[in-house]
Design a protein around this ligand. Structure first.
Ligand SMILES: Nc1ncnc2c1ncn2[C@@H]1O[C@H](COP(=O)(O)OP(=O)(O)O)[C@@H](O)[C@H]1O
Ligand SMILES: N[C@@H](CC(=O)OP(=O)(O)O)C(=O)O
Length: 489
């Protein structure tokens, strides 16, 4: 009779053997397919897996999506240099093929890639000649990046002993017609995904999708993570692995704080908050499909695969850290509606949010002064002016009668967020953070604590953001918080 200590292994073994077709979904981001060397690393990682069924989602080669955006902007701006950019992009992809595939086997894939580039050239010529650049066209051009990279990775797998089937995610992910940030129709998508080929290895492009009327859409910048979690949820995968160029989710952006280090485990909610407030390593909508399907997510480093990365699940191991991570999101605008005419007048907030909602503007935070004399909202800087116009229009009578002040807009602002389940019911963390910033002459423009207490966010001038992140990181994560050079900068 096996001892109880063995039971978990036996149960896992039994479960696995009962469901032999458990799928592993892996997603490799732009840095992991940046060039032939990165793709060879990706291949070695996939080849070492022994899962009976795998689905690999890939993003466009690093920076290619940005270049495709420049491409359609140049074409729309009647800048004939767009043709040079297409030549540059084609050479980049051909170089990867020549480095990955034996010369004798290059003809077919090169022919396919050339056809895709001729199609891209025709679309750009249309933009150039017709002066047409709708969101539909922008999405169509942006989608070429993943179409190209997935075709190249599929052929590279083939020639490195990994037979596979290349699919087009536009055949499986059905969305609305918000072309550049498409909303996924989960029911239709999960139903479509049941028709995926029953093969050992599938390669799929991330980021791209299709509206019900057949137009190409994209899931928003960084959206390949979400592509992968949709596949994982629809196929009830045993796990989702997201591979990038860092050892998982760090205590803050390692580019902003040298002392940042990889977090071992996070809850779904903590990961979602950290991602929402700036941790670019994970695209925020990625988490939701995994939560309902109870699928663990592991963030790994393509260039350091032996590092265990970050495990994200419903019940992470208990941690001594009350604050698990610090995120920062820049390019925020702070918009304020204020005036004595607001006090005691019901419906002001509803009118404010309706005006913003009609413009499809996302709100990052809301704060209201206790005197009810002002409401402040945080939104993306790029949507600031549109929001000011919409709200000024909504309250034009109140403003002209002097009941409300003209709508104010402050930029550039940043949101710095402290995230951690351990903050719940833990008094003193907010006070410690605020006094630390105050002691270093950093003005806090607004404070927002989520209803769950799992997050405390402060709004401050972007010029102070880098110092604030390092101060807070030194305070909550560095045992001997000697201010780092960045902090003192
Ligand atoms: N809290 C964080 N933890 C880890 N990486 C972060 C965090 N915040 C921002 N980043 C940045 O996210 C980058 C990885 O995301 P991304 O550039 O999208 O990779 P990929 O293109 O491979 O998907 C890292 O290089 C890192 O600089
Ligand atoms: N290539 C798309 C989608 C994406 O998710 O890319 P990455 O995995 O490199 O963040 C973008 O740049 O937005």
């Amino acid at each position: 009779m096996a001892s109880s200590a063995l039971w978990p292994e036996i149960i896992v073994e039994l479960t696995f053997s009962l469901t032999p077709d458990l799928m592993l979904v892996m997603k490799f981001g732009g840095t992991s397919v940046a060039n032939a060397g990165a793709i060879r690393q990706l291949i070695s990682i996939v080849r070492e897996k022994n899962n009976p069924r795998m689905l690999v989602v890939v993003s466009a080669m690093s920076k290619v999506t940005d270049l495709l955006i420049s491409l359609y902007q140049q074409a729309a701006g009647h800048d004939a240099a767009y043709l040079d950019l297409i030549t540059q992009l084609e050479a980049k992809h051909m170089e990867a093929i020549e480095d990955l595939v034996p010369m004798s086997q290059q003809i077919e894939i090169k022919g396919r890639i050339k056809m895709i580039f001729r199609e891209l050239e025709d679309v750009c010529r249309g933009i150039y000649l017709l002066d047409e650049l709708s969101d539909n066209t922008k999405a169509r051009v942006m989608a070429y990046g993943e179409r190209l990279s997935s075709a190249i990775v599929s052929v590279a797998f083939q020639h490195h002993g990994l037979p596979n089937t290349l699919v087009d995610s536009r055949d499986y992910i059905i969305t609305d017609t918000t072309y550049l940030n498409a909303k996924v129709n989960l029911k239709a998508t999960y139903a479509q995904m049941q028709d995926l080929p029953q093969v050992e290895l599938i390669v799929a492009p991330g980021f791209i999708s299709r509206s019900a009327d057949g137009k190409t859409t994209v899931l928003g910048r960084g959206g390949s993570d979400y592509t992968a979690s949709l596949y994982a949820a629809a196929l009830q995968a045993e796990a989702l692995e997201i591979w990038s160029d860092v050892d998982g989710m760090y205590t803050t952006d390692p580019r902003k704080a040298a002392a940042a280090y990889s977090i071992e485990e996070l809850s779904y909610e903590e990961a979602m908050e950290l991602a929402y407030f700036g941790a670019k390593v994970l695209y925020p909508p990625t988490i939701a499909p995994l939560v309902s399907a109870k699928i663990p997510l592991v963030l790994k480093n393509t260039f350091n695969p032996s590092h265990k990365g970050t495990l994200i699940t419903a019940n992470p191991a208990p941690s001594q850290q009350n604050v698990k991570g610090i995120s920062c999101i820049d390019h925020i605008a702070v918009l304020t509606v204020s005036g004595s005419g607001m006090v005691g007048v019901p419906g002001v907030a509803m009118r404010l949010f309706k005006a913003v909602a009609l413009e499809c503007i996302n709100i990052y935070f809301i704060t209201q002064s206790s005197s009810e004399q002002s409401i402040t909202i945080g939104l993306a800087e790029a949507e600031g002016e549109k929001a000011v116009q919409a709200i000024s229009q909504e309250f034009s009578d109140d403003i002209s009668q002097g009941l409300l002040n003209p709508v104010s807009l402050e930029t550039p602002m940043s949101i710095v967020a402290l995230v951690g389940n351990g903050m719940i019911q833990q008094p003193g963390i907010a006070g410690k953070a605020f006094s630390l910033l105050g002691d270093h002459q950093i003005n806090i423009r607004a404070i927002a604590q989520g209803a769950t207490e799992r997050i405390i966010s402060v709004v401050l001038n972007t010029n102070d953001a880098h110092r604030a992140v390092n101060l807070l990181h030194d305070c909550f994560f560095v045992s001997t918080p000697e201010p780092s050079a960045a902090t003192l900068a």
